[in-house]
Design a protein around this ligand. Structure first.
Ligand SMILES: Cc1cc2nc3c(=O)[nH]c(=O)nc-3n(C[C@H](O)[C@H](O)[C@H](O)COP(=O)(O)OP(=O)(O)OC[C@H]3O[C@@H](n4cnc5c(N)ncnc54)[C@H](O)[C@@H]3O)c2cc1C
Length: 401
């Protein structure tokens, strides 16, 4: 009996499998994963797990028994290596399975530093998998010197954990400021201030020139001509969609595996969801790297496999925890031309607008603002810049209008 094979046992892959079963799919379901662990969530990796507060078992998305109970065959530690789109079969490990539907949920891979600049020295780490964290955790000891390369969310979260554990932290960001690609300057300012208060040395407009060491990294040369001695380095310079197998299989790639509004790739019977998939959005093609996108897009793909013609409409939200700051983001700020700040005693939020249209909100310790922003976007309502700025307006009232 042919069925559905899902490549990638991460957030999106697991969600496709679960949704299919919930929706009544009765075919054979196989979830193929390159990693040895049962499906797990990544957000705690750079937060509570790295800090030592969350146990490994707490990261697993579901108890392993759930997969058996739902007749979802888990094939872990076996990367899929070949897809034959003519005979509709897929190879992983020694096995070859026919498929009626195939879903790519292969996620993304961290960008690595080239070996020429020291990327393969011992003590150089990336932050993507459980194994990555297990490897670097023993280095998080009081007084150790760490260089973090890249001031995006993952690098900043790792910096916060390191500072909390008493490490001596330097973070370099080649762009003029941290969070340059993802957040407004006002949000970056708040985060930078908090890091400075905790002793993190953030150096913006400064890149890495070379990691130095024989086998193990011991120092770094920076683009401003300075050198620093370090015990280890963490590379957080972004991710790339994991598309190599899809490319080999002849699927169209365009900033990820190109899918349409329904999650359908350029090849019949093959779908994609999560970090690896790029989809049409407001006349453009985008890719999102968030848990919520993985879950919602996966659900749409499951429905479409069952012929329910469900368009995927993203209502993105994500979060970042650094020290006692809880940053919650709703919406997509692409192309913003105006920021309105709203500060109450408890928290602060920055509202993004384009030509006066509300796009997104960054809420820092301001869960109410986040909730209102998210609900406005989900219900296709809006807020004027003047309303966002006006503290006499109860934002919740806007939801009723
Ligand atoms: C440290 C960190 C912190 C994050 N924090 C947040 C956060 O706070 N909020 C948020 O919303 N998002 C966060 N994210 C992003 C979020 O985790 C991802 O967007 C989400 O995991 C994407 O799910 P996915 O299923 O597409 O990919 P993944 O969860 O990465 O799963 C893809 C899986 O496919 C496997 N795979 C790849 N190729 C093959 C193959 N050929 N055969 C078999 N298996 C294969 C991979 O090994 C991987 O296990 C964070 C990510 C990281 C790394």
């Amino acid at each position: 009996m042919t069925g559905t094979v899902i490549v990638g046992a991460g957030q999106a892959g697991t969600s496709v499998a679960e949704s299919l079963r919930k929706l009544g799919y009765e075919g054979r379901l196989t979830l193929v994963g390159a990693e040895v662990f049962p499906p797990y969530e990544r957000p705690p990796l750079s937060k509570s797990y790295l800090l030592g507060e969350a146990k490994k078992e707490r990261l697993f998305l579901r108890p392993e028994t759930i997969f058996a109970e739902n007749e979802i065959e888990l094939r872990l530690g076996t990367p899929a290596t070949k897809v034959d789109t003519t005979t509709q079969s897929i190879r992983f490990g020694d096995a070859e399975l026919p498929y009626e539907h195939l879903v790519f949920a292969t996620g993304s891979d961290p960008v690595k530093l080239p070996a020429e600049i020291g990327g393969s020295l011992e003590g150089v780490h990336t932050v993507r998998t459980l194994l990555d964290i297990d490897e670097m955790s023993p280095r998080f000891v009081d007084g150790a010197r760490v260089l973090i390369i890249g001031g995006g969310y993952v690098g900043l979260e790792a910096a916060a954990v390191a500072a909390k554990l008493g490490l001596n932290v330097t973070l370099v960001e080649m762009a003029p400021r941290i969070l340059n690609r993802v957040a407004c300057a006002q949000t970056a300012d708040v985060i930078r201030t908090q890091h400075s208060r905790h002793g993190v040395n953030i150096r913006e407009g400064v890149g890495l020139k070379q990691l130095i060491g024989n086998d193990k990294v011991i120092a770094a040369a920076l683009t401003d001509g300075s050198y620093i001695d370090i015990d280890f380095a963490i590379v957080g310079i972004g991710i790339r969609p994991s598309v190599s197998l899809a490319q080999l299989s002849g699927l169209k790639i365009d900033n990820g595996i190109a899918v349409d509004h329904f999650g359908q790739t350029s090849v019949p019977h093959i779908w994609a969801a999560g970090d690896c998939a790029s989809f049409p959005y407001k006349g453009d093609r985008i890719r999102l790297e968030s848990v919520q996108n993985a879950i919602d897009q996966a659900d749409a793909v499951a429905r479409n496999i069952l012929g329910q013609e469900t368009m995927y409409l993203p209502y993105p939200w994500l979060w970042s925890d650094q020290y006692d700051l809880k940053l919650q983001i709703a919406g997509l700020n692409i192309g913003y031309d105006q920021i309105v700040s709203r500060e109450t005693g408890a928290g602060l939020s920055h509202w993004y607008f384009k030509n006066g249209d509300f796009l997104a909100v960054d809420a820092i310790n301001a869960p109410r603002d986040y909730m209102v922003g998210k609900r406005l976007l989900e219900s296709n309502k809006t807020i004027l810049p003047s309303e966002a700025a006006d503290l006499t307006i109860d934002l919740k009232m806007l939801l009723r209008s």
